[in-house]
Write a protein that binds this ligand. Structure first.
Ligand code: ADP
Ligand code: ADP
Length: 228
């Protein structure tokens, strides 16, 4: 279980990213994080892999206290948490395949396993036939799929995605969303931040809503806003 207990985040300039936020996520859950721009969605996601530290409160992942981890232990946490960022950065002069392979080289996955893992990741996202392309030759939706393959190739138990359907047309966005659902059904916990209300209302899952850093809703039935 992942458990946030009274998490607040005050940035150095005095801004609050989160205010006294508490919730639990069971293994295998799918959770949307919604809210207006500036509500604290990115701040919340950054707590999972300790990209930012909370100012107060405690985060437990299993029985590991994330805020107590020593700096030289944070890499272990990061291996548990696959991340899809809003803007995908790739090694520009390498193929899609090499971009995914690169992640394995930074982990302790035995080299004999690489080919199978990369094949599995590309197959899951449906991009095996594009593996030799440079990422800049691919559409934004295809690049997102490569970013997803890169995030899942190490089989992290938790996948964190920040606005993964931004800048996509409706069809590609739905395509990507279905992919996250499929990955979730295979057992990965997915935490998906978005302001795309159509998506959240179409594929309904548990929804956490933030407003000015406060958690104002935790709705098992989902839907973008309490009023629709
Ligand atoms: P969202 O992802 O929902 O748009 P953010 O988590 O990015 O929201 O931002 C929440 C609040 O924290 C906003 O008021 C934002 O200005 C502030 N904030 C985010 N990152 C920083 C930062 N690095 N320094 C100062 N304030 C920040
Ligand atoms: P249990 O909930 O079965 O008692 P733990 O909470 O001790 O298991 O967690 C065991 C491991 O499972 C943790 O080290 C962590 O890597 C992973 N884990 C915990 N909570 C989650 C979650 N919500 N999603 C995915 N993996 C999780």
């Amino acid at each position: 279980m992942i458990k946030f207990t009274h998490i607040s985040k005050k940035y150095d300039n005095g801004n609050y990213g989160l205010k006294d936020v508490s919730f639990k996520i069971e293994q295998g859950e799918f959770v949307y994080v919604v809210g207006k721009s500036g509500a604290g969605k990115s701040t919340l996601l950054k707590m999972f892999n300790r990209e930012e530290m909370p100012t107060s409160g405690e985060i437990l992942m299993g029985n590991v206290k994330i805020s107590r981890l020593k700096n030289n232990q944070v890499y272990k946490l990061r291996r548990q948490v696959g991340v899809i960022r809003q803007k995908d950065l790739f090694l520009p002069n390498r193929s899609a395949y090499e971009n995914v392979e690169y992640v394995l080289s930074a982990c302790d996955v035995p080299k004999e396993e690489w080919d199978k893992r990369i094949l599995d990741a590309f197959t899951t996202v449906g991009m095996w036939n594009f593996r030799e392309h440079r990422t800049y030759e691919l559409s934004i939706g295809q690049q997102k799929k490569i970013a997803i393959a890169r995030a899942i190739v190490t089989s992290p138990p938790v996948l964190i995605a920040d606005e993964a359907t931004a800048n996509l047309d409706n069809r590609s966005a739905m395509d990507i969303m279905k992919l996250f659902n499929k990955i979730n059904r295979q057992g990965m916990t997915v935490v998906f931040a978005t302001h795309d209300s159509t998506m959240v209302n179409t594929l309904r899952r548990r929804t956490l809503e933030l407003s000015y850093g406060n958690l104002i809703r935790d709705d098992r039935k989902g839907g973008y806003s309490a009023t629709n």
